[in-house]
Structures are given as C-alpha cells and as structure tokens.
Design a protein around this ligand. Structure first.
Ligand code: ZN
Length: 199
C-alpha cells in the first residue's frame, strides 16, 4: 500500500522541533520493517512489526535532537511495498536509509546484531562498518554481511538493513524491552552517520 501523504505531514512535525533552518538539515529515512499482515518474527508476546516501529520512533528522536530531519516509510501498522521502502529514500536525497528489523532463533543463546549492505557501493560499505562499530560499542556482537538484494542498492543513498538484536536471547530481549536502549541505538546510528560524513 502506498502512503504518500504520511511522509510530508511527518516531516512538517519534525521541522518544528529543530532550531536549524530546513535547508541546513540533512535527511535520514527510517524504514520500520514489516507492518500490517506482515508481522515479522514473533518472540513470546512481542511482534517484530510493533517493537521495531517503537524503536524507529526513538531512533528518529535522536536524529532530530542531533539536527536531522527524519522521514519514515511507515508510521503505523500498515504494509509497505519494497519499491516504496527504497523509492522514498532515493527521491528524497537522504544521507542514509536505515531498514530496521529484529531476529529470533530457536536457540536462546543466539545473540547479536546483523548489518546487511551492498558491497558494490562504497558509501554503503562505509555506513555498515560505522554502524557495526557503534553497535559493538553498545555491547552487541555484530555480523557485517553483504547481500545482493536490490533494495540495498542505491548509487546515491547509503543503505543499511539492521537486524538490531535477537529477541529470543534473554539478555537482548530484556534490553530491547527498555525504551532507554532504543534511544541508545538511536545515538549510535547518529554517530555512525556522522562518522561517515566526517570521514
Ligand atoms: Zn524483519
């Protein structure tokens, strides 16, 4: 389902939070995975689509605090076509696209984050590496994993798909239930974008 009206209205809300003028603020696009009938993974009573939307809002708040505009591919419980998840970022001139997900495993010992990126795009390689470094600084194990998926490919917008944690790992599940940790992840992603921009 296309949701073209949701994006401008959301940006308008974000603008009023920041003291910088609009043309000074770089834009980050956040794509909360799944939505609607696409539940994503289920861990106990936690649905990936719901948790990752909450996480996305906290991450966005940290970008706004740091002087960015943020656009979302969804802000409610709706399905989004893959072409729209990619297309919004490409049309917007964003400095980064983060596609956010969480994992489960039958083995509760499995833990850590995974970052998928396009290895043919130098800016995406750099962004993924920076995300990996920042998530390791939060105490997460991180697997950096190049994938050939079309939605990761963009010549203009560095893109990282991040499986932020294993919800079925007791420690990571507890951490992911803490809104303070969602904001920590947000500050980590801000730092990653700024590391790439500064490098
Ligand atoms: Zn997912």
């Amino acid at each position: 389902m296309r949701m073209p009206l949701a994006i401008p209205s959301l940006i308008a809300v974000v603008l009023s939070w920041s003291p910088l003028s609009a043309q000074d603020r770089p834009l980050v696009v956040i794509d909360p995975g799944h939505g609607g009938d696409e539940v994503g993974v289920v861990a106990g009573d936690v649905l990936e689509k719901d948790l990752i939307l909450e996480v996305s809002m906290s991450i966005a708040a940290e970008f706004v605090r740091a002087g960015y505009d943020v656009a979302f591919t969804r802000t409610s419980d709706v399905a989004v076509e893959w072409a729209d998840r990619r297309g919004l970022a490409d049309e917007s001139g964003a400095v980064a696209l983060f596609m956010l997900h969480a994992m489960r495993s039958d083995d509760p010992a499995d833990a850590g984050a995974e970052v998928y990126f396009d290895e043919d795009t130098a800016a995406s390689v750099a962004l993924a590496a920076a995300v990996g470094a920042e998530f390791r600084a939060l105490g997460s194990e991180v697997l950096l994993d190049p994938r050939p998926w079309p939605f990761l490919k963009s010549p203009t917008v560095p893109t990282a798909m991040i499986e932020v944690a294993h919800l079925t790992n007791p420690d990571e599940g507890a951490r992911m239930a803490d809104p303070a940790f969602h904001h920590e992840m947000g500050r980590a992603l801000v730092a990653a974008v700024e590391a790439v921009a500064g490098g």
